[in-house]
Design a protein around this ligand. Structure first.
Ligand SMILES: [Zn+2]
Length: 412
């Protein structure tokens, strides 16, 4: 009864194995078994043979039992090959479902570790394997992944093409992704036109190519899949938009003004419109901030070198600035002249209400309706201003405010 139970436990999907003994050896459960098939097929020629050459014991790691590691000591036989033309004179029998050539673990445990490796990869997989009482290093798991056959994938209808860095700034390859299934399809060794075009030629059926705006991928698509429609993928559209916005903001950074106060607002008292204060004086340059500080430092450095008799070109070289920048700094007597732009200090109909509106913002009221709820005058001004602008371009820089998590965007 016990033998039947053990045989079913460890070899329930295996035929031709007889379990002889099970014993505890420290932290290990050792299962002693032997192969009992009458014959075995030669892996070289396929001819079956029953002529035994020799016997030896293989040690196979198996899935843990009761928190203990399991080792199967399997006695196998080496057979003579009966085919005279076969290059193999002898071969070792394999037990289907239990052993594989050169394998040091059972087929079942190998499958488990492959799954672990695919799900968690090296280090995390090795930690889980240790919890499962299975010996497998991170290198072993990565080796299992590399040994897996390449999955067969159909040519995608919508193909994503993008580069990825093998060595950032130096070596780039190309990754192909099935946009509909969101799974990678192939990796190409470089990002050249010929490589991508050759892949597309060899995989007809691509109807749409989702890519960035690079010339190489556009040309490869035209050569390899001339009928495919090219579209820009969402990530690159957002990336390009973000770069354009950043470029614009940096260009007009001098025009942005600091908020009236940086500290949290005190507890709001009932609104008294007579206490509302006017905004900052118009037409004044920015007095603080990284940009204005940098302009002032550069202006001072340029004029110091000018006083020493240096020309614009040597100054630009010495300070690491563009010649036009140096020329612009040299042209003005005061750095403040460069910090006053078209919109700097421009008055707004919201100016008298800004302290109150800042106050409301700090309380979490970030919509026009909420901010102007308690003040008819503020409501009128906000309504008029919101028809043309957002809080941001009315002089309230949401970037520097602490916005409550539940708040809505500033734009109205
Ligand atoms: Zn053979």
């Amino acid at each position: 009864m016990g033998d039947v139970f053990l045989a079913d436990l460890w070899c329930h999907q295996v035929e031709g194995v007889l379990i002889e003994d099970v014993l505890l050896d420290g932290e290990f459960v050792v299962v002693r078994a032997r192969a009992v098939a009458e014959w075995a097929g030669c892996p070289g020629c396929g001819v079956v043979s029953s002529r035994v050459h020799s016997r030896y014991v293989r040690r196979l790691a198996e899935s843990a039992a009761g928190g203990r590691r399991v080792v199967i000591e399997l006695r196998v036989r080496r057979f003579h090959c009966r085919e005279p033309e076969c290059a193999r004179t002898t071969f070792v029998e394999q037990v289907t479902g239990l052993t594989f050539r050169y394998g040091r673990r059972s087929v079942a445990l190998q499958a488990v570790l492959e799954k672990v490796a695919l799900m968690l990869a090296g280090r995390a997989g090795a930690r889980l394997a240790d919890v499962l009482a299975v010996a497998a290093s991170r290198s072993t798991l990565l080796r299992l992944i590399r040994a897996l056959p390449e999955p067969v994938t159909a040519t995608p209808r919508v193909l994503g093409v993008d580069e990825f860095a093998l060595r950032k700034g130096h070596v780039y390859a190309t990754v192909l992704v099935d946009i509909e299934t969101r799974r990678p399809v192939d990796l190409l060794p470089d990002r050249s036109v010929s490589t991508v075009a050759e892949w597309l030629t060899g995989h007809p059926g691509v109807e749409m190519i989702c890519r960035d705006r690079s010339f190489a991928y556009a040309e490869a698509g035209r050569i390899g899949a001339p009928d495919a429609v090219h579209v820009a993928d969402r990530w690159h559209i957002w990336k390009n938009l973000a770069e354009a916005v950043e470029k614009t903001v940096v260009r007009h950074r001098a025009l942005l003004r600091e908020p009236h106060f940086q500290t949290p607002a005190p507890v709001l008292e009932p609104l008294d419109t007579t206490r509302l204060q006017a905004g900052p004086s118009a037409g004044q340059p920015r007095r603080s901030g990284r940009h204005s500080d940098r302009i002032r430092e550069q202006h001072a450095a340029v004029h110091a070198l000018l006083d020493q008799g240096l020309g614009l070109r040597p100054i630009a070289r010495q300070l690491g600035l563009a010649r036009n920048t140096v020329r612009r700094l040299a042209r003005v007597a005061s750095a403040d002249d460069l910090l006053v732009g078209r919109w700097t200090g421009r008055t707004s109909i919201l100016d008298p209400y800004k302290p109150y509106l800042h106050h409301r913002w700090q309380e979490g009221c970030t919509t026009a309706a909420a901010c102007s709820k308690n003040s008819a005058n503020a409501a009128t001004a906000v309504a008029r201003a919101s028809s043309n602008a957002t809080f941001g371009n009315c002089g309230m820089r949401s970037r520097t405010m602490t916005r409550p998590a539940r708040s809505r965007p500033c734009g109205m």
